[in-house]
Ligand binder design. Structure first.
Ligand code: HEC
Length: 191
């Protein structure tokens, strides 16, 4: 007589083996990953060394205007000329930029009495003989490069807008120091 148990032994062995296999599956252990693709990438902190891609050497951002006077304010004053005419539109835009950016420190008329003063050190007056006699290029240099504790505004104010602000600073200066010609016009208007 044949033993039924022995007869079905292969099937039974497979079943037991399979059950043990299933029992061995633990959730803590992930299944075998036969094709991980790009799941496991090296962990890097954003903006840390190695995670930033630097621009190729010698490339510049679009619309980049090189500034060759970085260490030479005198040459900037001599060589840089205001490319804009002080039209009404230019002056109005210059006024807007002045009031948004410069006024907080330099004050509405450039006297150095902005709203952050005296918590922030009082800036020198833009009405001084010194700045009134400065060429436009020297003011352009201060806006572009900063000066001592005044930071550079190169990243906030585009080159053309810097020239507009300078025209507006000239308007402020003229309002406090009118020329004989200006006074003549004023007197005529008030008559
Ligand atoms: C955060 C405050 C602050 C802002 C904003 C600021 N300035 Fe100044 N500025 C200063 C201070 C402070 C100085 C004096 C720096 C120094 O000690 O040389 C100065 C100096 C200057 C000077 C040189 C004056 C001199 O007698 O040497 C000019 C010109 C000038 N600023 C123009 C501007 C213009 C134009 C803007 C707007 C685009 C501007 N500043 C925005 C604080 C500011």
């Amino acid at each position: 007589m044949q033993c039924k148990f022995l007869n079905s032994f292969p099937q039974l062995a497979v079943l037991v083996g399979f059950s043990l296999g299933v029992l061995a599956c633990r959730h803590e252990q992930p299944n075998y990953i036969y094709m991980p693709d790009m799941v496991y990438t090296p962990a890097m902190k954003a903006q840390k060394e190695g995670s930033m891609r630097m621009p190729v050497q010698g490339t510049v951002p679009r619309d980049f205007v090189p500034y060759p006077y970085k260490n030479d304010p005198e040459r900037a004053g001599r060589e840089l000329k205001n490319p804009l005419r002080p039209t009404r539109a230019v002056l109005e835009q210059g006024q807007k930029i002045y009031n948004v950016t410069c006024r907080t420190c330099h004050g509405p008329l450039g006297l150095g009495d902005g709203s952050v003063v005296p918590r922030y050190p009082r800036p020198p007056s833009l009405q001084s003989d010194k700045v009134r006699n400065w060429p436009d290029g020297s003011i352009y240099h201060v806006i572009s490069m900063g000066q001592n504790i005044m930071p550079s505004y190169a990243s906030q104010i585009a080159p053309a807008d810097r020239w507009k602000v300078i025209h507006y600073v000239r308007v402020l200066q003229r309002s406090q120091h009118p020329s004989a010609e200006d006074l003549k016009i004023l007197n005529q208007e008030s008559n």
